[in-house]
Write a protein that binds this ligand. Structure first.
Ligand SMILES: C[S@@+](CC[C@H](N)C(=O)[O-])C[C@H]1O[C@@H](n2cnc3c(N)ncnc32)[C@H](O)[C@@H]1O
Length: 187
């Protein structure tokens, strides 16, 4: 398979998440990332997953059950902008964002620039040193460009002494493919 935003994100997550870690899936959707994270952290780790849609919670629950996973995951029906109401630790290894809308559902229920930025900001606060944030950011089509521009502007201005930010863009591919952003907390 050709490299794409999803493979980039998965490789980055795999490199940075190990057994026993506490991690966050900030956009649960149909649970692919929640499952992936839970498999990486194992029975001694923990995954917090957020979504604003009941349908996402149900789909993710089913996905986990199909894979015989019944523990060490909390599926939270709330916006990722409120993660600080649920997560009091500051030892999170990885926060995963896959922005946009729930596939095969209403495209109008999607992540929004303001709440996305708040959620990224709060994620950085709960990360441990050397913890990472993985961001898959869509553009064009139903998504438009506003969220991508807002996120790029936000990460561009993060203090380079504290955070390393790497942006991957499939520069010669047509139709505005999604971009991947890596954030590493350095100190
Ligand atoms: C592209 S999907 C995520 C795909 C998912 N990671 C997977 O593995 O299937 C984006 C999800 O973000 C959710 N979402 C939108 N606004 C949100 C918010 N403020 N907080 C948390 N989730 C949100 C949508 O409901 C949708 O399910």
């Amino acid at each position: 398979m050709k490299i794409n935003t999803t493979t980039l994100a998965k490789d980055f997550i795999k490199e940075n998440v190990k057994n026993g870690d506490i991690v966050i899936d900030a956009t649960m959707g149909r649970g692919n990332d929640t499952l992936f994270l839970r498999q990486l952290v194992g029975d001694s780790g923990f995954v917090y997953a957020f979504d604003i849609q009941e349908e996402a919670i149900k789909a993710t629950e089913n996905r986990l059950i199909e894979n015989n996973i019944y523990s060490n995951v909390s599926l939270i029906l709330d916006g990722h902008q409120n993660i600080d109401n649920y997560i009091k630790e500051d030892n999170i290894s990885c926060v995963v964002f896959n922005f946009g809308y729930l596939p095969r559902a209403n495209h109008n229920i999607a992540t929004k620039p303001d709440t996305s930025i708040t959620a990224i900001q709060k994620s950085l606060q709960v990360l441990k040193v050397k913890g990472v944030v993985s961001l898959c950011v869509y553009q064009g089509g139903d998504t438009g460009f506003e969220e991508k521009e807002a996120i790029l502007n936000f990460v561009k201005n993060l203090d380079y002494n504290k955070y390393t930010v790497i942006v991957s863009d499939f520069f010669n591919r047509p139709n505005y493919p999604p971009i991947h952003i890596k954030i590493i907390k350095e100190i």
